[in-house]
Design a protein around this ligand. Structure first.
Ligand code: SF4
Length: 466
């Protein structure tokens, strides 16, 4: 019987010629990622079960990326970073991205130059940038949005601290092979849509539990027309439908990026067999899809931006692993160029590389000439408040977190979750939206269909290509 990409990857990593959905197999892991929130707990499990002097299974396959509670004076958050530092030193972990500006107590001073810090920002954005994401591999991470890396044609999923502690000690995990659901998008993506609209359409259709323990495979010429970064938005939110993993086909865009970045040569591209089994298939015609939002308090509470035009916004937030990539910043800047925001608008680059690109690229995504404005200039002149890279207010965090909703505000956000309290205050109302919709809403102070501001294709130039 034919296999899907996910089945083929898991079979290969289980040392088997084939597996079927529903089977449990021991899977060898290529990369284990952890961060400042779950890293200390994972290290605790590892030491408890493997002993205080145990060594990790492979110091070059463990990647540690602090990103969640970074720009805060909270002493417990700083303590977590210190635990990671001690572990990295003790184990000789090769890939660790230290927030080197956290020294001592109090609110750390953000890096002055995003190219002059070891810190990388949000783990799911930093993983591919730093060469840890490759087709055909198994990536596990102690964060539910680890599924983001499925955009690169690999099996990537979030696991808990207990499983991660076991992987640290053994390099393998007992996994059930998920069945695959297929989501087909037809036609080229129109200029007023981004992948955020596509994934909201999917989640609105199948609900937040519609893909529970299933692989979500995004297919069709509509997906091929997306940039690699936009595909990451799709797979990032697979978990918002309960998906075990999300996956996209590998094409020239993927290969170009991975070949330019990967720190290992030994990876393999898998394709679905022609007779692979998909337990369900859904199809959309992109020309008929409208800009969408997810209303409070669930990602499946979707509606068109047009239907929400009377909803007043108190704040706009553009950031996170979902909506803080360089192409997201270009989409926002294209709308805000020459405009002024009407409501406080917080912008958080997804990584320090995105931050650096915002300084050096123009609004078309090309290196800016001396007299040209950068993406950063455009957003700042529009009145946005721009913070340092990190998870920031995407998950609320301590009260001093940049952009956190400390009051019951209505916020239009490019993030991925809008459950009560997710961005801070339990009574805040978060509308999930694309960067185009978020930027258009910042100008009007109400939820706004970006078609009012988008007149043609928005070029993204060389941004996010390699
Ligand atoms: S940006 Fe938000 S969703 Fe992404 S890893 Fe950080 S907290 Fe999680």
């Amino acid at each position: 019987m034919g296999m899907t990409v996910t089945e083929k990857i898991l079979a290969r990593h289980a040392g088997r010629s084939s597996v079927q959905a529903g089977e449990n197999v021991w899977v060898h892991v290529d990369v284990l990622m952890t961060h400042d929130v779950c890293g200390p707990g994972t290290i605790g499990v590892f030491k408890e079960h493997f002993g205080p002097t145990a060594k990790v299974w492979d110091r070059e396959r463990v990647v540690i990326i602090p990103d969640h509670y970074i720009f805060t004076a909270d002493s417990k958050a700083h303590r977590n970073v210190d635990i990671l530092r001690d572990f990295v030193r003790e184990q000789g972990i090769k890939y660790y991205y230290d927030p080197d500006f956290i020294q001592g107590e109090g609110m750390p001073n953000p890096y002055k130059d995003p190219t002059q810090t070891k810190y990388k920002g949000v783990c799911h954005k930093a993983l591919p940038e730093e060469g840890h994401v490759r087709p055909g591999e198994v990536l596990l991470g102690t964060d539910s949005h680890t599924c983001t890396a499925g955009a690169f044609g690999q099996f990537a999923t979030g696991i808990g601290n207990t499983d991660a502690g076991f992987v640290l000690g053994t390099g393998k995990l007992w996994l059930k092979v998920p069945p695959t659901m297929r989501f087909v998008f037809r036609g080229e993506i129109p200029p007023y849509l981004t992948a955020k609209d596509l994934i909201l359409a999917v989640i609105g259709k199948i609900s937040v539990s519609g893909a529970t323990y299933r692989c979500m495979y995004f297919a069709g010429d509509g997906i091929a027309s997306l940039s690699l970064e936009d595909r990451m938005t799709l797979t990032n939110m697979a978990i918002e439908a309960g998906g075990k993993n999300g996956v996209c086909d590998v094409d020239e865009k993927t290969l170009r990026y991975v070949k330019a970045r990967s720190n290992r040569p030994d990876w393999e591209v898998f394709k679905d067999d022609p007779d692979a089994t998909f337990i369900e298939t859904y199809e959309w015609d992109l020309a008929k899809l409208e800009p969408l939002v997810a209303k409070p308090h669930s990602p499946d509470n979707t509606d068109t931006a047009r239907n929400c035009k009377d909803v007043k916004a108190d704040r706009v937030y553009i950031g996170s692993c979902t909506g803080g990539k360089i192409t997201d910043m270009i989409f926002a800047a294209a709308i805000l160029n020459g405009q002024k925001v009407k409501v406080p608008t917080f912008v958080v680059p997804g990584s320090t590389e995105v931050h650096a690109d915002m300084l050096k690229l123009n609004v078309r995504g090309e290196p800016k000439a001396a007299a040209e404005k950068s993406i950063m200039d455009v957003l700042a002149e529009a009145g946005c408040t721009i913070g340092p890279s990190g998870c920031a207010a995407c998950l609320g965090g301590p009260a001093d977190t940049f952009g956190r909703l400390n009051e019951p505000l209505v916020c239009v956000s490019t993030t991925n979750r809008n459950f009560p309290g997710r961005m801070g205050h339990k009574e805040a109302g978060v509308y999930l939206a694309s960067p185009l919709t978020a930027a258009a809403s910042a100008i009007t102070g109400k939820i706004t269909d970006p078609r009012e501001y988008v007149s043609g294709r928005i070029p993204t130039g060389s941004a996010g290509l390699v």
